[in-house]
Ligand binder design. Structure first.
Ligand SMILES: C[S@@+](CC[C@H](N)C(=O)[O-])C[C@H]1O[C@@H](n2cnc3c(N)ncnc32)[C@H](O)[C@@H]1O
Length: 375
């Protein structure tokens, strides 16, 4: 039995069955035994999953162009770029590299916000050569709270947040908890009205097939409140895998979207290998929009990663494909395809732009915009 599982069982004996989000919190983020605090890699070939960062540095370089366009739209001298959940820092390294090439870096101040200690150590190593870039554990460490103009960016941050699980049975939603039975961890149900009142009942559909399951992330409203207090004007740009709410309520998602990832194999064995496997669920982009609206964030733009990268990055992609050694041309084409093709990451990942007192950046005007699917 893993150390993290021992801790989960202790908590169950102390408090009774745990809300699913509490179980995920311990399994992923316990300071000593949580999955994200292990020294072994989580991402890449030696880890359990890939993100766009392991595919190619063309991804952050294209985003650098988008951030420059945001800066221009805000008309500010100093643009605050804050990445939440920076992982090992490949994204900010690529962005800062491109901003240096474009001679834009002096107008940017950058924060890498990362909860995991081992990841923060790697971030410091990777980013220390860049001026005006700070690695921090949480947003309390940002000076000038409330006066900054800029962008809060994340890639695959929301999918890594703890989630609760609910199932519809006999005409009502029930919460699924993690308990202990006959010496094993098991999922068990309880009535939803016995828990603290939350916003959950408002997002769960009244008319749905019996057995339908949904995940829900309880921290999201508080995050948008905090982000709203951080920036006086600016943007929140979120890239992640997920869908509008209507997809979660449809038949093909009837069993929810929670998955465990271990050595690049997905399973539904969420209660096994506690602390040694990643736990995740698709992101409900409608929840991000609703939470943002309550705290002053206007939903502006929603598109697939493929559309975003191929339009904002048209010039950079052409240069990338044409440049470099001839014998690696095939590899360069393959990584671009992996990032933008609909059957690869292009339509699995989506980009949501929310703004606070800020106009749409010029590079996004005229692009196909699916934001109405979230409102
Ligand atoms: C799936 S990884 C993605 C890493 C990176 N953005 C990428 O695309 O490769 C999620 C990261 O978010 C971090 N994280 C989770 N909750 C966080 C929080 N509240 N504040 C800062 N980082 C957080 C995790 O430690 C982890 O490094």
């Amino acid at each position: 039995m893993t150390k993290a599982e021992q801790l989960v069982r202790q908590e169950i004996r102390r408090l009774g069955p745990l809300p699913f989000s509490k179980f995920v919190e311990l399994a992923l983020y316990h300071p000593l035994y949580g999955y994200y605090n292990r020294k072994t890699p989580q991402r890449g070939k030696a880890g359990d999953y890939f993100t766009s960062m392991q595919v190619s540095s063309i991804f952050p370089r294209i985003c650098a162009r988008l951030f420059s366009s945001m800066k221009e739209a805000l008309g500010c001298d100093q643009f605050a770029l804050i990445e939440i959940g920076s992982g090992d820092g490949e994204f900010l390294e690529g962005v800062l590299h491109q901003l240096n090439i474009d001679k834009q870096a002096r107008g940017f101040r950058v924060w890498a916000v990362e909860r995991s200690r081992p990841a923060r150590d790697k971030l410091v190593k990777r980013l220390s050569r860049f001026d005006r870039c700070q690695v921090i554990e949480n947003l309390d460490q940002v000076e000038w709270m409330g006066t900054l103009e800029g962008c809060i960016f994340s890639n695959e941050f929301f999918d890594a947040l703890p989630f609760d699980r609910y199932r519809f049975r006999n005409g009502q939603w029930r919460e699924q908890l993690v308990g202990e039975q006959d010496g094993a961890l098991v999922e068990m149900d309880r009535d939803i009205d016995k828990v603290q009142p939350t916003e959950v009942p408002t997002i769960l559909a009244d008319e749905i097939a019996s057995g339908h399951r949904m995940e829900f992330r309880p921290q999201i409203a508080a995050l948008f409140e905090e982000w709203g207090a951080l920036l006086s004007r600016g943007y929140a740009l979120t890239i992640d895998y997920g869908h509008p709410r209507e997809i979660f309520l449809s038949g093909p998602r009837a069993d929810g979207t929670a998955m465990a990832y271990f050595q690049h194999t997905a399973s539904q064995a969420l209660l096994e290998r506690v602390g040694e496997q990643d736990l995740t669920a698709h992101v409900d982009f409608t929840q991000l929009v609703e939470a943002g609206q309550r705290h002053g964030w206007r939903p502006d733009f929603f598109s697939s990663q493929g559309v975003l990268l191929s339009t904002v990055g048209e010039t950079l992609i052409s240069e990338f494909l044409a440049g470099g050694p001839e014998d690696q041309r095939h590899n360069r084409a393959a990584v671009v395809r992996q990032l933008i093709h609909p059957s690869a990451m292009g339509e699995k990942f989506w980009a949501l732009l929310q703004s606070k007192d800020a106009p749409l950046p010029t590079v996004l005007t005229g692009l196909p915009n699916r934001i109405k699917r979230l409102i």
